[in-house]
Design a protein around this ligand. Structure first.
Ligand code: BTN
Length: 242
């Protein structure tokens, strides 16, 4: 990953730039688009992704997981979350968790988000754009909830050193996926899952309830045990409250 790199001093969204490269036929697997200043970053569920220029990692990777059927697409979330988890686990002393489906959390705060956009044809994934926003050296945020590697460790990090290290971690997990080592990915994902096995308060379409996360099913739904039964939730169907 990252053998071919396109650097843009500024762009709207690296996911959009990476997608444009694919359309133009200029992106082999592992190509990354990196920017110092993303002016219209996109997040999950139509949210925006804000990042202070020059402080963080904001980039997108083109992958071609045509070996993966659509019904197994959640393994991409596991793969890339675990790659980030592996890096953060080495670089930070604080405990790192993956918040379902693919946010990285440290001390109950979000440090990294991933936006995966899949292009499907004939039940197989032709290509995916994996966009990663990792808060590295930014120290103040317009909303109170995020954190960064610098805030958590008290140290600043060199982005030009961190990026190849992260790409190495992501590639290692992607090779596990390509080798169809699904069991290992599932096991490691569950091992690092935020609030796994703990009783917490959630909000679903049926109201506020207390439940315990018992895992994620192969299609990526969150399993929550509440009132003697296990309920399955898609991303838009449940919110973590406290
Ligand atoms: C989220 O948690 O909502 C996902 C955030 C993903 C942000 C990254 S930054 C690089 C790439 N380009 C984008 O426009 N978004 C992703």
């Amino acid at each position: 990953m990252g053998h071919s790199q396109v650097f843009m001093p500024e762009c709207h969204s690296t996911n959009d730039e990476a997608s444009r490269l694919v359309q133009q036929g200029h992106a082999m697997e592992g190509t990354i688009v990196v920017t110092n200043n993303q002016t219209a970053g996109r997040g999950q569920r139509g949210n925006t992704w804000d990042s202070e220029p020059g402080k963080n990692l904001t980039f997108s990777i083109v992958i071609r997981p045509s070996f993966l059927s659509v019904r197994d697409q959640f393994y991409l979330n596991m793969t890339f979350s675990l790659g980030l988890y592996d890096l953060l686990n080495v670089r930070l002393t604080a405990k790192v968790h993956i918040k379902w489906p693919n946010d990285m959390f440290v001390n109950d705060k979000k440090i990294c988000g991933i936006l995966i956009e899949n292009h499907v044809q004939a039940q197989h994934i032709q290509h995916s754009i994996v966009g990663i926003g990792l808060n590295v050296n930014q120290k103040s945020f317009s909303i109170s909830t995020p954190t960064s590697m610098a805030l958590e460790s008290g140290n600043e990090f060199l982005l030009e050193e961190l990026l190849p290290e992260l790409l190495g971690c992501l590639e290692k997990r992607y090779l596990q996926l390509r080798a169809e080592n699904f069991g290992q990915l599932e096991q490691d994902y569950h091992h690092s899952l935020y609030r796994m096995g703990e009783k917490h308060v959630f909000k679903s379409n049926n109201g506020i309830f207390e439940g315990t996360i018992s895992g994620v099913d192969p299609s990526g739904r969150l399993k929550v045990y509440a009132d003697g039964t296990t309920e399955y939730f898609e991303v838009k169907q449940i919110q973590f409250l406290k």
